[in-house]
Design a protein around this ligand. Structure first.
Ligand code: AMP
Length: 305
């Protein structure tokens, strides 16, 4: 099944307690594509400036990311500068320069207009809506957002969520969007406004999938070393959507498996800077990690007499 993503294709400068990386490949669309392409081909829509190191995107193209929808425009690429202190769950944004994204008007190529699955990765919600309006209604549309857009474009986000089946947020963003401290209530607040499913990510504390009548929880993989948390959320979304697009099965059991694939891909992303680790791993590494998740949560109930 086809999987389309629109998102930021950025240059990131990141500082963590373990080191620094300057102007490395980043962006929600980039992490999502690097992750999902392990499971299914990906169609990417986005824009970069004339300063973008296009050759560094080659490994993504080689692994099945179709970049016909990635425009190169005159001007500066999207730049994000962030820092993590000892709480690796929350990034401190030091600088966001939208660059060519501030004038971007997405043009979805004709061959991308009938996607089965769509992920509107974190970017200006007006661009997310614009892309959605250019495609034939897919089987599943999911979106992501972040504090930056919740603060600056809240009405657009409320409009966007009317048109999506699923939204992914981290716990802080869910609380900020809904004004509900309790995450179960926050998920209900969102489901009353459009999406039938809500994923709330809690970084190293795992992720919840809320549906009208059920809640599923998967832990995060207990890594001994987290090097750089940037992109964990987008890689999670790539694993989740990539698995759904590959299996084309929206049953409850399969959605739960997709959450575990998402968690596995998120855990790889944080092992190195940028998309480095996502580009190194193979199908075997992913299968092994998914089995480890099973081990992590499997237990037998005590037999009663
Ligand atoms: P996450 O998965 O939440 O850690 O996403 C990290 C990525 O989001 C980084 O590679 C950034 O380039 C990108 N990013 C940061 N701020 C924004 C923003 N306001 N809009 C779109 N992408 C962003």
């Amino acid at each position: 099944m086809s999987l389309l993503v629109v998102g930021s294709v950025a240059l990131d400068s990141v500082e963590t307690p373990f080191g620094k990386a300057d102007n490395v490949l980043g962006g929600s669309g980039t992490f999502f594509s690097a992750s999902a392409s392990h499971l299914t081909p990906v169609q990417l829509v986005g824009v970069v400036g004339d300063d973008y190191p296009m050759d560094q995107l080659e490994p993504l193209r080689a692994r099945g990311v179709d970049m016909a929808g990635l425009e190169q425009a005159e001007g500066e690429s999207f730049h994000w500068r962030g820092r993590y202190r000892h709480d690796l769950n929350s990034a401190e944004t030091l600088e966001t320069r939208l660059g060519v994204f501030s004038h971007f008007s997405p043009k979805v190529p004709a061959q991308f207009k009938t996607p089965d699955y769509v992920f509107l990765a974190n970017i200006d919600p007006r661009l997310q809506l614009d892309v959605l309006s250019q495609v034939k209604r897919p089987k599943l549309v999911a979106c992501d957002t972040m504090n930056f857009w919740i603060e600056s474009r809240r009405p657009d986000i409320l409009e966007l969520i009317k048109h999506v089946d699923l939204i992914t947020l981290n716990d802080g963003e869910a609380r900020q969007l809904t004004d509900c401290f309790n995450l179960v209530k926050a998920a209900r607040w969102i489901m009353a406004r459009g999406p039938r499913m809500v994923i709330i990510k809690k970084g190293e504390h795992g992720a919840f999938l809320f549906k009208e009548n059920s809640i599923f929880f998967a832990p995060a993989y207990p890594l001994e070393e987290v090097f750089d948390p940037t992109g964990a959320g987008d890689s999670f979304a790539g694993g989740f959507m990539g698995y759904l697009a590959r299996t084309n099965d929206m049953s409850d059991a399969n959605l739960r498996r997709a959450i575990v694939y998402g968690s596995a891909m998120g855990s790889f992303a944080v092992e190195k800077f940028s998309v480095q680790r996502l580009l190194e791993i193979n199908a075997n590494d992913i299968a092994t990690r998914v089995s480890e998740f099973r081990e992590l949560v499997a237990f037998e109930e005590e037999l009663r007499a």
